[in-house]
Design a protein around this ligand. Structure first.
Ligand code: ADP
Ligand code: MG
Length: 727
């Protein structure tokens, strides 16, 4: 009888044959997107302008205009082969969701008519009672509605016109990732535009930009299918490291196997047709690990594109007999996957506010945004860290090349010097000489410094990389809207405070604008100095120092999540109108429950695997050894002991492992039962973290030892060396 693993290895050779590309023809960029350029052809000039204005100012689009836009969309969609439409949204589960309705309805006489008007464009009522929503939605109001997000263009995906949308409960609470993201972008726009106004009166809008770098593993589908753990939990709960893993580092930037190239090619083609500007594909450090990065875009669109790309990656992988693994740590002792989120601010005239300019004033503008971003992150480091945690990401953070749990900031020693010099600017009004000196010798140096930005750090959680900040803690599986929302919100809050302080100096101390800005920057730098310098100095950024300086060091999800509901976070979100306290509580509960259920599923899956796959195979192998020992006895009589010495030792070793595994599973089940009766979600999550996780490790250890001992012929699960080296 063949094991599933052996069968999979057999099918592997047949599936690795050339898979024909589903659309071998190269598609035009954004061929499947109804973008502004296309919309313009369908609308009157007046309506088009009205629409652009609504988008820019965030004012709702009236129904008359919505009718015109819907008619345009429908005509375009049907002429491009679409038969259905759907509101496409991102519920808090992290995946994307959709409910398809046909463009065709029946009229009173039962005749088919096309029906898609402003009303259908603007709102849809999905039956959404099974999306998680914590306590917000009680059973009597078990439905929410989705509402069109006109800032992200509609697109055709698999014959359906997809309308990017928000998901909101009847009582008005956000049930998705995009609603708070958009609110945070609006607040940030206002706060940043007001600060820009000191430097440039023509700025009318500031947008956050986001460039994500999506890492993932690609595994053969039939091999993955032989691993219930991979299929059910997205990671290997068992498996010994192969004798060759990433030590040789020969995968990084190495050549991509043909089979993978064909997959990536098709993915690139279809991503481009959907307007996702993917730009680079490359091998990552670990075997079978890859990265895709696009050209950065406005944050809201970038978030949609990342969600869409992840969906597309899964679908196309299926055609190529691959499985995409988005889990942050699918393989023990091998690099995990992140979704580095590069973030910056751009004005309506295309000026990157985190990039120094050509004049002292534009460099002072740069410094204002730079220093305030750092101050915001340090003030809310625990919250920002909490925005990136999950059961799966906990397994990655702090290990092999991944950022640590302490949210330190890296800006490089040259910029550090600039801050030190700014800190020494004298208090109050500055003399003309002093001002010239700062402008020439401090801020004037910045462009050069950045050109020669040689001191790079690859693993800092939050690093300035020349013209943007890179938040590296975000997990590969996560919806990056979560962290970007927090980042937008904290920077908005900080900029509001900054503006208040500058205005006060101008109004009350009669200071000139640049004096007031220098003074406020100096105070800001002084206020963050201790904690910042500690976090910046890599060598010193040890756990003890972090503690001493007040940076949190929350290594696990249940430890980190309470930052969402602490006073400073509630105040932040309530004052900006991004989340109510109730919404925060709800999200906190959902995240805790999600954590617990992830561990619960892992624990059950490992229990089953250990007892139904590993122990029976170990016993089978023991029986082979027993037969062997008996045979030796038949031949050698009493002298067999000497001949069977090693076999007997192996037999004993297997027995010990079996005992550890079996008792481990039984005790783990008992602990689970004990944890499950806890009513408080936080206590339950902590209990799972502190008692169940260690069992997972303990059981794994013994199973992995058996993998090294038991006959390879009968081992039931695909091994690391088979999973990780695609042929
Ligand atoms: P890395 O060394 O981190 O791999 P890359 O240059 O490959 O750096 O990737 C940087 C990412 O940063 C890209 O996805 C790019 O789109 C993004 N990026 C560049 N400029 C900006 C910006 N102004 N705002 C947001 N993201 C940006
Ligand atoms: Mg990066």
């Amino acid at each position: 009888m063949q094991t599933l693993r052996k069968k999979s290895l057999y099918t592997l050779s047949s599936t690795s044959e050339v898979v024909p590309l589903s659309s071998s023809k190269a598609l035009d960029f954004a061929a499947h997107v109804f973008n502004k350029e296309k919309l313009k052809q369908f609308l009157s000039e007046k309506s088009f302008k009205q629409m652009l204005q609504s988008i820019e100012k965030g004012i709702p689009i009236n129904l008359v205009l919505a009718d015109q836009i819907a008619a345009a969309m429908k005509a375009w969609a049907i002429s491009n082969g679409a038969t259905h439409y759907t509101h496409w949204f991102q519920p808090i589960t992290g995946a994307t969701a959709e409910k398809h309705d046909s463009f065709f309805n029946l009229d009173d006489r039962g005749m088919q008519i096309e029906k898609f008007e402003g009303e259908q464009l603007v709102q849809q009522l999905p039956d959404a009672s099974s999306f998680p929503s914590g306590s917000v939605r009680n059973t009597f109001e078990a439905r929410g509605f989705t509402t069109w997000d006109p800032t992200s263009p509609v697109f055709i995906y698999e014959g359906t016109l997809c309308i990017p949308s928000l998901f909101i409960s009847y009582t008005g609470e956000a049930l998705d990732f995009k609603t708070p993201l958009i609110k945070s972008l609006q607040k940030l726009d206002k706060a940043a535009s007001d600060v820009c106004y000191y430097f440039d009166k023509t700025v009318s809008k500031v947008n956050a930009t986001l460039g994500w770098e999506q890492e993932f593993f690609l595994i053969d589908r039939s091999l993955a299918a032989s691993r219930p753990d991979v299929m059910l939990t997205g990671r290997t709960l068992l498996g010994h490291s192969p004798s060759k893993n990433q030590d040789l580092n020969n995968h990084y930037f190495g050549s991509i196997p043909d089979r993978v190239s064909r997959y990536l090619k098709e993915l690139e083609n279809e991503s481009n047709a959907l307007g996702i500007p993917v730009k680079t594909f490359h091998n990552e450090v670990a075997p079978s690990q890859y990265e895709i990065a696009p050209v950065f875009e406005e944050a809201n669109l970038a978030v949609d594109h990342n969600a869409l790309l992840m969906d597309l990656m899964n679908k196309i992988a299926h055609r190529h007999n691959f499985v995409v693994i988005f889990h942050e740590k699918p393989f023990e002792k091998i690099n995990g996957s992140g979704k580095h989120s590069n973030w910056s601010l751009v004005t309506n005239s295309g000026i990157n506010l985190l990039s120094p300019g050509k004049t002292p004033m534009s460099n002072l503008q740069f410094l204002s945004f730079f220093v305030n971003t750092i101050a915001a992150v340090l003030k809310h480091e625990a919250l920002l860290r909490a925005s990136s945690v999950s059961a799966s990401n906990d397994l990655r953070i702090g290990l092999q090349e991944a950022p640590s749990a302490i949210l330190s900031i890296f800006i490089g020693k040259h910029l550090m010097q600039v801050l030190e010099e700014l800190e020494n600017v004298s208090k109050g009004k500055l003399s003309p000489e002093e001002k010239t000196d700062i402008k020439l010798n401090v801020i004037g140096k910045i462009p050069e410094i950045l050109l020669d930005n040689t001191d790079k750090n690859r693993t800092s959680p939050f690093a300035f990389t020349g013209n943007k900040f890179e938040f590296r803690t975000v997990g590969s599986k996560a919806n990056c809207a979560k962290s970007v929302t927090v980042l937008n919100a904290i920077v908005a809050e900080q900029l509001l405070e900054f503006k208040l302080a500058v205005d006060e100096l101008i109004d009350e101390k009669n200071m000139k604008k640049d004096d007031a800005i220098f003074n406020t920057l100096r105070e800001t730098i002084i206020s963050i100095k201790d904690i910042f310098y500690a976090s910046e100095n890599e060598k010193e950024s040890t756990e003890t120092l972090a503690k001493k300086k007040g940076l949190s060091d929350n290594k696990t999800t249940p430890e980190a999540l309470p930052a969402y509901v602490k006073e400073s976070s509630v105040t932040l979100f309530e004052q900006l109108g991004i989340f109510t306290k109730n919404e925060l509580e709800t999200r906190y509960q959902i995240d805790l429950d999600e954590y617990t259920s992830a561990l619960q599923i892992e624990s059950r899956t490992l229990g089953d695997l250990a007892q139904n796959h590993i122990i029976p195979i170990a016993i089978k192998y023991q029986n082979v050894l027993i037969k062997n020992v008996k045979g030796l006895k038949e031949i050698y009589g009493a002298a067999h002991k000497e001949h069977a010495r090693e076999q007997t030792l192996i037999l004993e070793r297997i027995s010990n492992h079996i005992a550890e595994i079996n008792s481990g599973v039984n005790e783990m089940i008992k602990s689970r039962k004990k944890a499950n009766v806890l009513v408080d979600s936080h206590k339950k999550a902590l209990e799972y973290c502190n008692t169940i996780l260690p069992y997972l490790e303990h059981i794994r250890y013994h199973c992995d030892k058996l993998e090294l001992t038991v006959d390879d012929e009968i081992w039931p699960l695909a091994k690391y060396r088979e999973l990780l080296f695609i042929r």
